[in-house]
Design a binder for this molecule. Structure first.
Ligand code: CP
Length: 326
């Protein structure tokens, strides 16, 4: 891979990550997460300029391999790559030879034979991006693998939380909803605990994982089934989408009853005046969040989306710097 000139504001970011790939936040240290967040802030300044482009990844080819639907992650990675002057190619399973039975391994190896440097992978199977590292030499970034991890979502979430609430250490973050099927919850729990935040999870029993103790070596997760217990004293409430597509059966009676018990409503914003509301999207209005809450000034959902481009620029830049393939 060609040498990667850093943006002039980013001299400190000349350090690199210990990891060659970003498969999840479970194994990333606080120093590595801090470096990514600090670098993302520098790239955010680039995104505020009239010309939002730096030559950092000129000559680097990135393939976005999406085997599952995506709006935010896919567009955000593509924009991040373009803002860094990388050459980008987009692949989606529909309309490809996957419909003729070609495997992930064969698809990726054929694309790599066209001389690429990095792969961004979204796939329905947990562990798909780890598997890909065994099949190709390219650097692999996990853009969501089944219910396992979605590390760049958690990075942009932590960037957004720190923008609104300051240092992550000591903050109280409550994650509410379908934790069991959520790669966003998993990555956030790993990342937030590593950064010293306190994490509470809240939802109906069938949507909570059985064994939370092993989720991070650095801390425990508090569990509650009562929304008010999760919101009392919380700096941030992160509502998660009910993932019908990953549920083999109905795990709660109805979305109306779910909203009554676990939906964040205007009354909660009145009761907890310092609470910020987040959601990774796509939002089911009237289920996880009342529509008025989605549009409320203390909902920072679109700030999360804006931060996604800078966070992904930081990840692409830092991982490319750690390449040993030159
Ligand atoms: N937050 C998130 O991953 O959204 P998409 O599925 O639209 O990429």
């Amino acid at each position: 891979m060609s040498e990667t000139p850093i943006p002039e504001e980013g001299q400190e970011a000349a350090q690199s990550l210990k990891h060659r790939h970003l498969l999840g936040l479970e194994t990333y240290s606080a120093d590595e997460i801090s470096l990514i967040l600090q670098t993302a802030r520098q790239f955010r300044d680039v995104l505020d300029r009239p010309i939002k482009r730096v030559p950092t990844l000129r000559g680097v080819t990135v393939v976005n391999l999406f085997f599952e639907p995506s709006t935010r992650t896919r567009i955000s990675f593509e924009l991040a790559e373009k803002r860094l002057s990388a050459d980008t190619v987009n692949f989606s399973a529909s309309g490809s030879s996957v419909s003729k039975g070609e495997t992930l391994k064969d698809t990726a190896q054929n694309i790599e034979a066209m001389k690429i440097d990095m792969v961004v992978l979204r796939h329905v199977s947990p562990g798909a991006s780890h598997f890909l590292t065994k099949c190709v030499d390219a650097i692999v970034i996990n853009a969501g693998d089944g219910a396992h991890e979605h590390p760049t979502q958690a990075l942009l979430d932590m960037l957004t939380i720190s923008d609104h609430c300051g240092e992550l250490s000591g903050l109280n973050v409550s994650i509410i909803g379908d934790i069991l099927h959520s790669r966003v919850a998993r990555s956030n729990i790993h990342g937030l605990l590593t950064m010293g935040a306190n994490v509470t999870i809240c939802g109906p029993n069938p949507l909570l994982p059985l064994h939370l103790e092993g989720m991070s070596p650095n801390g425990r997760v508090r569990v509650t089934h009562r929304l008010d217990e999760a919101l009392e004293g919380a700096d941030v409430a992160m509502a998660l989408r009910i993932q019908m597509e990953r549920q083999g059966r109905n795990l709660f009676p109805s979305t109306r009853e779910y909203h009554e018990q676990y939906g964040i409503k205007p009354e909660h914003l009145e009761r907890y005046p310092n609470l910020r509301v987040m959601h990774p999207g796509p939002v089911n209005r009237g289920v996880e969040l009342a529509s008025e809450v989605v549009d409320h000034e203390r909902a920072v959902i679109l700030n999360q989306v804006t931060n996604g481009v800078a966070a992904r620029m930081a990840v692409l830049y830092l991982l490319s710097g750690s390449s040993t393939t030159e």
